[in-house]
Structure formats: C-alpha cells, structure tokens
Design a protein. Structure first.
Length: 124
C-alpha cells in the first residue's frame, strides 16, 4: 500500500495576512481557493485509483493499493492544479506515518516539492 500526504504551502501566512489586515473578502477568497484546489486534488487522486482518506483545510491524504508510484509524475499533476495560486508539498510512504514524515521533510527542505520516505537523507 502506498500513502500520499499533500499539504498546501504557506497557507497560514495568507490567512494571517487577511486577519491582521481585517480583509474579510480576502479571507473568503483564500478559503474558496483552498477549497477548490483541495477538491481538485482529491478528484485527481480518486481518478488515479486512490482511496481518499482525508480532504480538509489545505490537505489531502490518500492510499493506493500498489507497491510503488511515480512520485515525480504525481507531484507534477498536483503542481498543475495549484498553478500560480498555491504550491503544495507531497509526502509518499508505505504507511500513513511514513507519508507524513516525508511530507514534513519536503516542507522543511524547501516546500513545493515531493519527497518519498525511502529517499530521505539520500539527497543530503
């Protein structure tokens, strides 16, 4: 089984900016954009055969009955959905925990990238 954890980058900062500037319309627009992008990513995963386990806020998690996936290809599809509006980081692993650790690694090493748990530390 392959698990993927996908999370929007720097969304908290966008939300904080709206709150601090007291911009209600900006907050609503950000929420609508995040909802749209995560729904599209969820639909992408479903179309690729994934069981979507979680889709809320700026995150999507899915599981696929497979031994391996093309992480780069998946990331390219997710990045196309994000477009110029939102970047996403992707973590891939053989368990829910591994996918989350890989996601944290992707976010801590530059964001807007994908990381497979099995490759952690090999690029250091």
């Amino acid at each position: 089984m392959i698990y993927v954890a996908i999370d929007g980058d720097d969304i908290g900062g966008k939300l904080a900016s709206s709150y601090l500037a007291n911009r209600v319309e900006s907050l609503k627009a950000t929420k609508d954009l995040i909802d749209l992008k995560t729904r599209q990513i969820s639909e992408l995963l479903s179309s690729l055969g994934y069981d979507v386990l979680f889709c809320a806020a700026d995150g999507v998690t899915g599981a696929l009955k497979a031994d391996q996936i093309n992480t780069s290809s998946l990331y390219q599809k997710v990045a196309l959905i994000g477009g110029d509006d939102i970047s996403f980081s992707v973590g891939v692993g053989n368990s829910l925990r591994e996918s989350y650790v890989a996601l944290l690694y992707a976010k801590s090493t530059g964001k807007a990238r994908a990381c497979n748990f099995s490759s952690i530390g090999k690029d250091v």
